[in-house]
Ligand binder design. Structure first.
Ligand code: 13P
Length: 259
């Protein structure tokens, strides 16, 4: 964690969840309202089909809602796509962009991602920009180079802590039981912080850097204790309300004990 930066825990439901799951969302919103007293920011990113109703259910609770992707244009002939403006119209506040599953399955490049980040900013959404290397790049010791290029090319000039969050998600750690060593995570998050400060000055000191990839209740405390890990982007474990809450609770305990 980093003193003075409020941690952020984001649940990415990916292509999971139907209206039945909304009962769980209501429980989550209730528990967040009563147990978290604003010490941790919590966001859930359900599939687009549930976005508006998720926002309605979490109304009055500090639980926030985000989308998982957007198109870079506001309107147009793009069948099946959703614009950042449409996401904002659902009253969501965040949007994940550049997730490795998008980069991989939809061939999204850094420049596509930069267009989506600009779209988020235009619509008043905070972008959660995902970066991270593949296993082959990790094995070839290319992590620093890949991360540097992704941050440089995926994030437009002028990013601030209000409109940008970084999520470092090594592709090989997603949906697995593997996570990077704590030492290497510390080094990578320090590198990300350095790049952000060089590019965005004081804003770079305040932009939150999340870790994502196999975050579970059992490893949340050790991951969130690392310097410059300012929260987590949680996939699988966010589908189980108890697990997701346990991760948020670990984060809250760290805030209470250390800061
Ligand atoms: P898992 O937590 O299931 O590894 O997924 C991480 C992720 O991709 C979140 O965006």
């Amino acid at each position: 964690m980093t003193p003075d930066l409020k941690p952020l825990i984001v649940g990415n439901w990916k292509m999971n969840g139907d209206r039945d799951q909304l009962d769980q969302l209501a429980i989550l919103a209730h528990r967040i309202s009563h147990e978290f007293q604003q010490s941790v920011d919590v966001v859930v990113c359900p599939p687009a089909t549930l976005l508006y109703v998720a926002k309605t259910i979490s109304e009055g609770s500090p639980l926030m809602v985000g989308a998982q992707d957007c198109h870079n244009e506001a309107t147009g002939a793009h069948t099946g796509d959703i614009s950042a403006e449409m996401i904002a119209d659902c009253l969501a506040e965040f949007c994940i962009v550049g997730h490795s599953e998008r980069r991989n399955n939809h061939r999204e490049t850094n420049s596509h991602v930069a267009g989506k980040v600009k779209a988020c900013w235009r619509a008043g959404l905070a972008s959660i920009v995902c970066i991270g290397e593949t296993k082959a790049q990790y094995d070839a010791c290319e992590v620093d180079m890949i991360i540097t290029k992704q941050i440089t090319d995926s994030i437009p000039e002028g990013a601030t802590e209000k409109d940008t969050i970084i999520a470092y998600e090594p592709f090989w750690a997603i949906g697995s039981t593997k996570i990077p060593s704590l030492k290497s995570l510390k080094e990578i998050h320090a590198l990300i912080r350095d790049i952000l400060v060089r590019r965005f000055g004081d804003h770079g000191l305040r932009i939150r850097i999340l870790y994502g990839g196999s975050v579970r209740p059992e490893n949340a405390t050790e991951l969130l204790s690392i310097q410059n890990v300012n929260g987590a982007l949680v996939g699988g474990a966010s589908l189980q309300t108890a697990d997701f809450l346990a991760i948020c609770q670990s984060c809250q305990s760290l805030v209470r004990n250390h800061y």
